[in-house]
Ligand binder design. Structure first.
Ligand code: HEC
Length: 134
């Protein structure tokens, strides 16, 4: 048991670098609330956004074109055919733990699919939706 404090310190150091999906949801929510006071994330809106066909790009009309219609399922890139791991943190523990990676893919995917960057509120809704697991 004398190593317990060391072990706890190591765990603390590991968690301090990564964020949890809940931390990320809180950050996007705070961001959205600065633009829209009282903003509350909605998993239902996030699900509708995920399924919505923006039709900006013929090959990538919607998020579901690559991620399938369930975030707990593995997807396939609509252009390259490469497989994509599930987006739901419940199925894939790496998801929504690395803010730089999440921002990079939101930026790229939103520009391609929606034709513009996603708003903080849309990101908060999306994270709330994937955390729901389906
Ligand atoms: C053309 C295919 C494609 C489409 C369409 C697409 N994505 Fe992705 N998405 C990817 C790929 C490829 C990755 C990165 C590979 C990986 O992490 O598995 C990714 C990763 C992500 C991630 C990173 C999550 C994490 O923590 O790792 C988010 C968030 C994301 N996509 C959101 C979206 C949203 C929102 C839409 C719709 C607006 C969307 N994607 C549409 C291909 C796509």
């Amino acid at each position: 048991m004398k190593y317990l404090p060391l072990l706890l310190a190591a765990c603390w150091a590991a968690t301090a670098q990564a964020e949890s999906p809940g931390d990320m949801l809180a950050a996007y929510r705070a961001d959205a609330a600065r633009q829209t006071p009282g903003f509350q994330p909605s998993a239902q809106r996030g699900g509708a956004f995920f399924a919505h066909r923006f039709n900006v790009s013929e090959k990538m009309p919607a998020c579901v074109a690559c991620h399938t219609d369930s975030p707990s399922q593995a997807g396939r890139h609509a252009v390259t055919g490469k497989s994509i791991q599930p987006l739901a943190p419940a199925t894939n523990a790496e998801r929504f733990t690395d803010p730089a990676k999440v921002e990079k893919w939101f930026r790229r995917n939103c520009k391609e699919v929606v034709g513009r960057e996603c708003l903080a509120g849309e990101k908060a809704d999306f994270v709330a939706f994937v955390m729901g697991g389906r």
